[in-house]
Write a protein that binds this ligand. Sequence first.
Ligand code: GLA
Length: 409
Amino acid sequence: MKKLISSLAAITLAVTVFAQGNNYVQNYTKYPGLAATPPMGWNSWNKFACNVSEALIKQMADAMVTTGMRDAGYTYINIDDCWHGDRDSLGFIHPDTKRFPSGMKALADYIHSKGLKLGIYSDAGSQTCGGRPGSRGYEFQDALTYASWGVDYLKYDWCNTEGLKAEGAYKTITAALRKAGRPIVLSICEWGNDTPWAWGQNVGHLWRTTGDIYNCFDCIEDHGTWKSFGVMAILDKQEGLRKYAGPGHWNDPDMLEVGNGMPANEDRAHFSMWCMLAAPLISGNDLKNMTPQTLAILTNKQALAINQDTLGIQGFKHTAKDSVDTWYKPLADGAWAVCFLNRSSKPVALNHNWTIVTDTLSHRDFNPTQEKYSVQNVWENKKATTTNTPLQAVVPAHDVLMLRLVKMK
Ligand code: GLA
């Protein structure tokens, strides 16, 4: 009998271990305690594509400080694709020595000396999307290398991954980063193909929900074998995903195109909606040559406070009527952000009566019948009104009216 019980126990253990895969050997969970609010920073791709170099990255770090963006909360300076040189005879990766003559450790030291953090880019496959060496088969070696350089953030792409399973591939790099021992934010860039929101919460700190953003308000750009998406197209692809986001694990609707050519109203609408979505705010413009208007959008204190709110609850679309979408986002201390997005190319006049709105996900009520809220315009420095009077305003074409509503005593 004893023998039977112990063989049964052995079988149960074997089945459990088999069912869990290799979980008992590695720690496949992301570094804890990072990205409590959506990460903020800059990335080279949207503006500079493959043209990255030590000189450019240093200039952007300098501009992050001198423009006041660092003090507004932007922290990460992220080098995207094409920094790579070759692997050496032992397989260790090195930066392109022409572009990064001082090496990555020196660049990380420089960036850290400015009170900023360094992000780098790799790919789960054999090659990156830009054809540089990928991390497939070198995950632990690469993680150790990044940690030794002082990297703080890794964007991990999904090109050339034939035969790989996304969840397993991202768990492998997470295990490698954990083993390397440095707190590194992991940005899962798998374009939402294999529902990263469903398995990403313990694996990475943010996950792309869509293909690449394109610098236009309302378009889809067909590149033949792949498509990229304008701001409205990306926004519409976020439907149903808000329940997966929260402190430490964010839906990522891709990096910002603010300052890359859209008119100010469209940039403002784009930025406002990313704030309502509690999206990572990774600017993608030339920080050295931006207009005061672009800077004012990227550093608007009230918009940033809505994005960075400590509750970390992603906003939701409440109504869509006459080409105006109305979004709500619960904030700390019973406050709310409300954003009217005019998707049409004509101005729309609003005459809005404040009514009760319930967020069934967070179980929070906006209740202007029982409470009085002050109504503060985020983008215009106007005297606050209250929810006791209907809201009357005109929302210009492709623009927003964004408000912060705070309970009055
Ligand atoms: C993919 C990613 C982009 C960018 C490029 C680099 O398309 O989704 O964000 O990193 O690769 O090649």
